[in-house]
Design a protein around this ligand. Sequence first.
Ligand code: SAH
Length: 216
Amino acid sequence: MTPEDATRKMQFLFHLRQKGVTDLRVLKAMEVIDRGAFVRGHFADRAYDDMPLPIASGQTISQPSVVGLMTQALQVQPRDTVLEIGTGSGYQAAILGQLARRVYTIDRYRTLTREAEILFTKMGLVNITVLTGDGSFGLPEQGPFDRILVTAAAEDPPGPLLQQLKPGGVMVVPVGQSDAVQSLIRVTRREDGSGFDYDELMPVRFVPLVDGLPRD
Ligand code: SAH
């Protein structure tokens, strides 16, 4: 790492703290996983700026402070199995992989899942499984999950995902219309299975959760 890289990394972490990312395990994961590896081409030199950036298939890699705050809100424990809907660049999944025992991540675009898989192999991130499909249905064959993170906005938390949460499990999901500011919601399944508790965390803006599969 050059001295410039080291300074940039320190500034990146300092900014995350200022934005409210204070969980030390989350900060450590964001120190270890280099966002630069997930941003290619034109925008590569903006990888350490706190902004969403375009990736392939017309999608976006989320803003790092939002990734940090969402990850923190998910309260991932070391033995957890986590499901992420919306692989995108793979950045968020890579961070989850540092915190959990096992991560499953799904995207509709084969182009994105293929690239993410290649990156994870190259980076030696062996506890992440990448799948192509419509994540609104979750992954019943691997569930139930301790944690579910949805990184695309749904009008309501999808029913199949709620059903695939373990008792005591937590899901974080942006909820609202795709062309408006959405609310980041945390849903906790009660330990006795009697229902769900909802917390509203903060306003966010995500691409929509879309039904079905694209052609590519
Ligand atoms: N977590 C990503 C950013 C996600 S952008 C990252 O760290 O880079 C949102 C992603 O959700 C897009 O890649 C989009 O293709 C995907 N998506 C939208 N609807 C989906 C669905 N029904 N199932 C799976 N993925 C979906």
